[in-house]
Design a protein around this ligand. Structure first.
Ligand SMILES: C[S@@+](CC[C@H](N)C(=O)[O-])C[C@H]1O[C@@H](n2cnc3c(N)ncnc32)[C@H](O)[C@@H]1O
Length: 298
C-alpha cells in the first residue's frame, strides 16, 4: 500500500536539511526569497550577498537530491535605477561550479500581471524557472504534460503540402519534414518551455505565493507517484499541497513559524478534499495515510 506523507518543518533549510539522508528527494521545486524583496516580512538579502547566502543551502540541496532528480528554481531579478540586477546570472554560474548541470530554463509567463508604466521599460510579465540536475540522465515524464495539438496542427501542418516536406528533406537532409509529418493526425503534442499561467490571486495568505498549477506541472513532469518532493522555502505550502493532491510525498521548510502554520492549514484542506473523494481516490491510488506528518524521514 502506498502512503502519501507530508512534513512541514520550521527553521532555516540550511539546518533542517541536515536531518535528511543523501538522495532523499526526487524533485526540489522552490521559489526562494528574492534579493532585497519583502525585507519586512522575512528579511531581504542584498543582491551583492545573495550568491554567498544561497550556496551553502544549494550544497545541501545537491546532497539530498537523488541521482536522477531535478532542482527547479523559480526566481527573477528586479530592475533598480534603470538596470537589471545580475545576481541570478552570477548564481547560475556558481551553481555550475558547485556541481550542478544547468539543464534548461523555463519561462513562466504571468498572464495577468498588473498594469503599470515605467519610463524605460514595460510591465514585467515573466519569471525564470531554472532547471538544474546532477546528471544528464534524469527522470522526465514528458507524456504527463502533453497539451492538445489545437490550432497549430490545422494551420502550420496543413500549409505544408507533401511535396514541400519531401523537397525540404532532400534539400538539407535535416529530417525536419519527416519529423513534422509524424505529428499529422495527432491530437496531443509536447509543450514548449514557456508556461502561460496566471499569478495567484486567490491566495492572500502569503505575499509571494506562486500558482499551484506551476508546482503541479513540474511535479508531474519530474516525479512519479510516491516520490519525495522538497520545497526548502515553502511559504504558504503551495508545493506540498500540489504534491499531496498528486499522490507525491513532500517536505516543506520555512523560516517563519506563521507560514508553517498557514502551510499546515492548507494541507488540512487537502486532507478534507481527499476524504471527500476517498472511495474513488483510495481505490486507484491506494492512499491509506492521510495525516500531515512532522519529523519523519523520507
Ligand atoms: C518566495 S517565498 C515562497 C512562497 C511559496 N512558493 C508559496 O507559494 O507560498 C520564500 C519563503 O522563504 C522563506 N525563507 C526565507 N529564508 C529562509 C530560510 N533560510 N530557510 C527556509 N525558509 C526561508 C520565507 O519565509 C518565505 O516564506
Amino acid at each position: 500500500m502506498r502512503q502519501v506523507r507530508t512534513e512541514i518543518r520550521h527553521g532555516d533549510c540550511l539546518e533542517v536539511l541536515k536531518d535528511y539522508p543523501d538522495g532523499a528527494f526526487q524533485l526540489i521545486f522552490t521559489s526562494p526569497p528574492y534579493a532585497d524583496r519583502r525585507a519586512n516580512t522575512y528579511g531581504g538579502i542584498k543582491p551583492e550577498e545573495y550568491v554567498q547566502w544561497f550556496l551553502p543551502r544549494s550544497e545541501q540541496f545537491l546532497r539530498v537530491l537523488g541521482p536522477t532528480g531535478t532542482f527547479v528554481l523559480n526566481i527573477k531579478e528586479k530592475a533598480e535605477s534603470g538596470e537589471r540586477s545580475t545576481y541570478v546570472l552570477e548564481l547560475i554560474l556558481e551553481l555550475r561550479r558547485q556541481g550542478w548541470l544547468w539543464t534548461e530554463e523555463f519561462i513562466w509567463h504571468k498572464k495577468n500581471c498588473y498594469p503599470g508604466k515605467w519610463p524605460n521599460r514595460f510591465r514585467d510579465a515573466w519569471e525564470r524557472c531554472l532547471q538544474f540536475n546532477k546528471s544528464r540522465h534524469f527522470k522526465m515524464n514528458q507524456e504527463a504534460v502533453m497539451v492538445p495539438m489545437g490550432q497549430w496542427a490545422e494551420g502550420r501542418l496543413k500549409s505544408l503540402g507533401s511535396n514541400d516536406v519531401i523537397r525540404f528533406n532532400s534539400r538539407v537532409g535535416s529530417g525536419f519534414g519527416k519529423n513534422i509529418a509524424n505529428w499529422l493526425n495527432r491530437t496531443m503534442a509536447y509543450p514548449t518551455n514557456v508556461l502561460h499561467l496566471a499569478t495567484e490571486c486567490g491566495n492572500k495568505k502569503h505575499s509571494a505565493a506562486f500558482p499551484q498549477e506551476l508546482a503541479a506541472w513540474f511535479i508531474k513532469l519530474f516525479t512519479d507517484e510516491s516520490d519525495w518532493v522538497l520545497d526548502p522555502f515553502v511559504g504558504s505550502g503551495t508545493t506540498c499541497k500540489a504534491a499531496r493532491e498528486l499522490g507525491r510525498c513532500s517536505v516543506g521548510i520555512d523560516l517563519v513559524e506563521a507560514y508553517c502554520d498557514i502551510a499546515r492549514s492548507q494541507l488540512s484542506e487537502v486532507e478534507c478534499l481527499l476524504f471527500e473523494r476517498e472511495p474513488e481516490y483510495g481505490k486507484s491510488h491506494g492512499v491509506r495515510d492521510k495525516g500531515v506528518h512532522r519529523g519523519e524521514h523520507p
